[in-house]
Design a protein around this ligand. Structure first.
Ligand code: E4P
Length: 222
């Protein structure tokens, strides 16, 4: 399973990229709004900050409700930085979003269909030619449903029907989500930087490092 980072914060994106972990970046209108920056400028900055990743998702704005409006926005977004091939157009899981997805896929543009909460939605998005489908785990868990189970079912359904859309497990809240979606067959988990940090830690790792340091110091003193 690959890692994308789920943020529009450049500092976090650069930190994760520097570690060498990143295969991509996902943003959404809420994440960009939190940064208080112009959307297109931030997408351009992100594309420059993470060369060689496979995908940087830029979502059409929430006021683009028709396929025509989504396509018009996508056509501007794909020109950013002179037409970076990593830009991925994130589209909502609506019939208009699917129509825009099919159109953009046929033009060779990568797409990410977002706000997926059922297996049927994932099937529709895959059949519309989506490069990526994004089921939202945390938001399902928030309403007492099982987000990981949804990823398990989508992965199984894609296997049965040989669908090649990649599953991005989204709305990931903690390291256990990551472990479970990796075992469930998600191709990618998109995670906040904080979750990457939490995944890297274990109290026994810290204790082990302290003990090695103490033993080393004693040996050197002899
Ligand atoms: C995915 O692409 C979304 O940006 C994201 O994972 C949403 O997560 P949230 O439910 O924490 O807002």
């Amino acid at each position: 399973m690959k890692f994308f980072i789920d943020t529009a914060n450049l500092v976090d994106i650069k930190k994760a990229y520097k570690v060498g972990l990143l295969s991509g970046v996902t943003t959404n209108p809420s994440l960009v709004a939190k940064e208080g920056v112009r959307f297109e400028d931030r997408i351009a900055e992100i594309l420059q900050a993470v060369p060689n990743v496979e995908s940087v998702s830029a979502e059409v704005t929430p006021d683009a409700l028709t396929a025509e409006d989504m396509i018009a926005q996508a056509e501007e977004l794909i020109k950013i930085n002179g037409g970076d091939e990593n830009i991925t157009i994130k589209l909502p899981m609506t019939l208009d979003g699917l129509e825009a997805c099919r159109y953009l896929t046929e033009k060779g543009v990568k797409t990410n269909v977002t706000l997926i909460f059922t297996v049927n939605q994932a099937l529709l998005a895959a059949r519309a030619g989506a490069t990526y489908v994004s089921p939202f785990l945390g938001r399902l868990d928030d309403i007492s449903e099982d987000g990981v189970l949804l990823v398990t079912k989508i992965a199984e359904m894609f296997r049965i029907h040989n669908l090649d859309a990649q599953i991005i497990a989204a709305s990931v809240r903690h390291p256990d989500h990551v472990t479970r979606v990796a075992m469930a067959g998600a191709h990618i988990a998109t995670v906040p930087f904080q979750v990457i940090e939490q995944m890297s830690k274990h109290p026994l790792t810290d204790q082990g490092m302290e003990k090695f340091a103490a033993d080393w110091k004693k040996a050197i003193q002899k």
